[in-house]
Write a protein that binds this ligand. Structure first.
Ligand code: SF4
Length: 349
């Protein structure tokens, strides 16, 4: 394959991204973790702030979880932050504070899968290790006109074998080669309308030659997200708003949000009573829609006035704390993006 042309194309057009300006393994690991399931332009400000606040692996290992979640607040997929934090502690404990170079050792860390291990090993340490993400799957499926369903275990194994073979023989730095494949998928060989006429590997591409680029990669039909109806209650005064903390282990575990529940009007009444409020005093303010990987949340928001109370004993399956938080402290608190949307609709933000 015309490998050199892909690499020289990459060196010409590569986007100038902050994590491409460093060889610090810790910084590269943080960026690769943030970039899982999240777009580059969303990640950039979070990455910069995270590295400013926690510039070394040691500083991450020593930080309290609340602080790590606070820096991740709004980026989504919070399990990544918890795993990164746990893995940093393990690196300090078991590897003398130095991130291991080898894929097998990297994979022993919390949250480090095959992709992240390959990325850190090749990009930060220059090892000839492959990586496969959605972009690489698409590019390789097209270049080699793979007929396999790429989500099947046989299809995945085939793509990995191809990626491993290619990186072994690739010219230049293996990390650059891996990034070139991903960059091609992100900017040229896109899911819809691949720009084959401007592609540096159009000559050897079998899908282009056969006119089937748009049909690849082959996938099984995706599961449609389920719609879940919820209610949320925003109780506020001129200086405070009531927030509840999700129990660890649950969706959004450890993050704060206006208290809520799955369901409709009946659950709102129940929640109001638990907070010792008259349900008739609540004012509906509209609905927030929020899409997660497998769920589409429709959250009906109601607003109410906060009295003098600052803390509630509210044992529930979802929350382990409910407090009236000073508005000035909101920015520091770990919240999911959904929580900010709810507060904005109620007029708090
Ligand atoms: Fe993708 Fe087209 Fe390039 Fe083939 S020629 S790798 S289908 S952009």
């Amino acid at each position: 394959m015309a490998m050199a042309s892909l690499l020289s194309w990459y060196h010409r057009v590569a986007r100038d991204l902050p994590w491409r300006r460093t060889r610090d393994p810790y910084a590269i690991w943080v960026s690769e973790t943030m970039l899982q399931q999240t777009r580059v332009d969303t990640v950039t400000p979070y990455y910069e702030r995270f590295l400013r606040e926690l510039p070394t692996l040691q500083s991450l290992a020593e930080a309290p979880e609340e602080r790590v979640l606070g820096l991740w607040s709004g980026l989504g997929y919070y399990r990544r932050a918890r795993m990164l934090h746990a893995a940093a502690r393990r690196v300090v404990r078991e590897h003398g504070g130095r991130l291991p170079e080898e894929v097998q050792q990297l994979r022993g860390l919390e949250g480090v899968g095959a992709y992240t291990a390959g990325a850190v090993s090749s990009i930060a340490f220059g090892r000839r290790e492959a990586l496969v993400d959605g972009n690489v799957v698409r590019v390789l499926a097209r270049l080699f006109a793979l007929d396999d369903e790429v989500e099947s275990s046989a299809g995945k194994a085939r793509v990995w074998r191809l990626a491993e073979r290619l990186v072994k023989d690739a010219p230049g730095e293996p990390g650059d080669w891996n990034q070139a494949l991903m960059e091609l998928g992100a900017t040229v060989c896109t899911p819809r309308d691949p720009r084959c006429s401007g592609c540096p590997v159009s000559a050897p591409c079998l899908a282009r030659a056969r006119g089937i680029a748009g049909e690849l990669p082959r996938t099984s039909a995706r599961r449609a997200p389920v719609t879940v109806r919820r209610i949320a209650l925003v109780l506020m005064s001129a200086s405070r708003v009531v927030l509840a903390r999700r129990r660890p282990g649950a969706l959004f575990g450890g993050l704060w949000e206006p208290p809520g529940a799955d369901g409709g009007a009946r659950e709102l009444t129940r929640l109001a009573r638990r907070l010792e409020l008259d349900p008739r005093s609540l004012e509906p303010v509209g609905e927030v829609r929020h899409v997660l990987t497998h769920r589409r949340l429709h959250v009906a928001v109601a607003r109410g006035s906060l009295g003098r109370r600052r803390r509630w004993e509210v044992p529930s399956a979802e929350y382990d704390a409910i407090e009236a938080v000073a508005l000035g402290d909101l920015a520091e608190l770990a919240q999911a993006r959904l929580s900010r949307k709810l507060l904005a609709l109620a007029g708090v933000l």
